[in-house]
Write a protein that binds this ligand. Structure first.
Ligand code: NDP
Length: 403
C-alpha cells in the first residue's frame, strides 16, 4: 500500500478517510488534513471505534495557503493527495503537488470564489507541468463527475461503436427530515443550481434559464420523480473525449419543498455571491447562508430512502440501433450504518477511494492531467461492486427516460 493524504474533513472526507482506512492493501497510511483539526480528530476517533484496521492520522492545514501545503507534503511525503475540500482549493493543492512530487486527485473542478463558473480549463492548463514532473492529476473522481464518466467509458468500450445520445440521470429520493438542507457543501451546491442550465447539442452548448426544463423520469425501484436539466461539469469532458456524442444532458431531481425554499432565498438575495456591507463588515450572503444551514456531514442519522444515479445512452453497434442504461441505487441508511454518512457523501467518497486505489496500485497511473473516462473503465467497475456501489445494467432494454 501507499501513503495518502486526504484534504477536507466534511461529509465526503469522512467517507474517503474511513474507506481508505478499511483497505490497507491499497493504502498503508492514511492522513486526514483539514482547516478545522477537530473535525479530522472526530472522524479518526469514530474510525477507531468501528474497528477499522488503519489508524487515521490527523493534521491541520489551510489549503488556500500553498506554502502551508508544501510544508505538510514535505514532512508527510505522501504518494498522493485526495482533495475533498472545496473546488476553490484545487489549484493551490495542484501547485503544492507539483512543488513536492505528489500525485493529485479531486472530485470537483476548480471554481474561482467570485464567479460561479464551472469549467476544466484552469486545471487542464496544468497538463504539461504534470507531465514534465512525472506526476498524475485525476480530475472529478466522485460519482457525478466520476462514476458517470466511468459508466460512459464502459458503455463505449463494450456496447457501442458510436454513442450518440447521453443522459445522466441523478435522483435523490431520500428524506433527511430537515426543512431545507443541501446534501453537499451548500455554497457549492447552490452556486451550481442557480446558474443557467446548459446542455450539448450538435457541436454546441445550448443555454437555458435555471431549472426551466423539467420532466418526470422513472428511476429504478423509486418510480417517477420530477427531474431538472442542469449543467454539470462532466458534460464538458465527456463531449470532448467522446466526440460522436450528438447530445448530452444532465438531469437531477428536486423536491417541491426544496425548490420553494430556494426560490424564496434567491428572491430575498440570500444566494448572492456579491459581498454586502453589514455592520461595517463585508459579508457574502451565500457564505452566511451556509453558516446557518445544516452541514452535509450531519444529515446521515435517520436519513431514509435511496439515491439512484445512472447513464442512459443511445447509439449504434454493428450497424444497429443500441441502447444502454447503467446505474447504482444506494440506501442512505446503509451508508450511515457502514461509515456514519448519508448517501450523497458516500456515493462521492467511495469512487474517490477507488480512483486513488487504482493510482496507488499503478493501474491508472500516468503522468499528466486526466478525466476518469480516459482510462480503462473495467478495473474501476469491478471495484465499485466490491466496495459498496454495485451497479446494474440494461442492454438494449427499456430506458427510464423517454426521448
Ligand atoms: P463539506 O462542506 O461537508 O466539507 C468541506 C470540507 O473542506 C470541510 O471539512 C472544510 O473545513 C474543508 N475546507 C474548506 N476550505 C478549506 C481550506 N481552505 N483548507 C482546508 N480545508 C478546507 O463538503 P462535502 O464534503 O460535501 O464536499 C466536498 C467536496 O466534494 C466539494 O468539492 C464538493 O463539490 C465535492 N462533491 C463532489 C461530488 C461528486 O459526485 N463528484 C458530490 C458531492 C460533493 P471546515 O469545516 O473548516 O470549513
Amino acid at each position: 500500500g501507499k501513503k495518502v493524504i486526504i484534504i477536507g474533513a466534511g461529509g465526503v472526507g469522512n467517507v474517503v478517510a474511513k474507506k481508505c482506512a478499511m483497505n490497507p492493501a491499497f493504502f498503508s497510511e492514511v492522513v486526514l488534513a483539514s482547516r478545522t483539526l477537530k473535525k479530522c480528530d472526530a472522524i479518526a476517533e469514530e474510525a477507531k471505534k468501528i474497528g477499522l484496521p488503519t489508524q487515521i492520522q490527523t493534521r491541520q492545514v489551510d489549503a488556500d495557503d500553498v506554502p502551508a501545503l508544501v510544508a505538510l507534503f514535505t514532512t508527510e511525503k505522501p504518494f498522493m493527495v485526495i482533495n475533498v475540500a472545496l473546488p476553490y482549493q484545487d489549484l493551490t493543492i495542484m501547485d503544492a503537488c507539483l512543488a513536492t512530487g505528489v500525485h493529485y486527485m479531486d472530485t470537483a473542478n476548480y471554481e474561482p470564489k467570485d464567479v460561479a463558473k464551472f469549467e476544466y480549463s484552469w486545471q487542464w492548463a496544468y497538463q504539461e507541468r504534470f507531465k514534465e514532473a512525472g506526476l498524475m492529476a485525476l480530475l472529478g473522481c466522485g460519482f457525478d463527475p466520476g462514476v458517470t464518466g466511468v459508466y460512459t467509458a464502459y458503455a463505449n468500450k463494450h456496447y457501442f461503436d458510436e454513442m450518440h445520445y447521453l443522459d445522466i440521470i441523478d435522483c435523490n429520493a431520500g428524506d433527511h427530515g430537515k426543512a431545507f438542507a443541501t446534501n453537499f457543501n451548500p455554497e457549492i451546491n447552490i452556486r451550481e443550481i442557480t446558474q443557467k442550465g446548459k446542455y450539448w447539442e450538435n457541436g454546441q452548448w445550448v443555454e437555458i434559464d435555471a431549472m426551466s426544463i423539467h420532466k418526470p423520469i422513472s428511476y429504478p425501484n423509486i418510480g417517477p420523480k420530477e427531474s431538472y436539466l442542469l449543467y454539470h461539469e462532466e458534460l464538458e469532458s465527456l463531449t470532448k473525449n467522446f466526440p460522436s456524442i450528438k447530445r448530452a444532458r444532465f438531469w437531477m431531481t428536486f423536491g417541491q419543498a426544496y425548490l420553494t425554499h430556494l426560490e424564496v432565498l434567491q428572491n430575498v438575495g440570500m444566494t448572492s455571491i456579491q459581498p454586502i456591507k453589514f455592520n461595517g463588515l463585508d459579508i457574502v450572503p451565500l457564505e452566511f447562508l451556509k453558516a446557518v444551514l445544516p452541514e452535509p456531514g450531519t444529515l446521515g442519522e435517520n436519513y431514509s430512502g435511496q439515491t439512484s444515479i445512472g447513464c442512459q445512452i443511445k447509439g449504434v453497434k454493428d450497424g444497429k440501433d443500441a441502447t444502454y442504461y447503467v446505474y447504482n441505487n444506494c440506501h442512505h441508511a446503509d451508508c450511515y450504518k457502514e461509515v456514519q454518512a448519508q448517501g450523497v457523501s458516500y456515493t462521492t467518497g467511495v469512487p474517490a477511494m477507488i480512483g486513488a486505489a487504482l493510482i496507488c496500485e499503478g493501474t491508472w497511473l500516468k503522468p499528466g492531467v486526466y478525466n476518469v473516462e480516459e482510462f480503462n473503465p473495467d478495473p474501476f467497475m469491478e471495484l465499485l461492486n466490491v466496495h459498496g456501489l454495485p451497479w446494474n445494467e440494461e442492454v438494449n432494454g427499456e430506458l427510464p427516460h423517454e426521448y
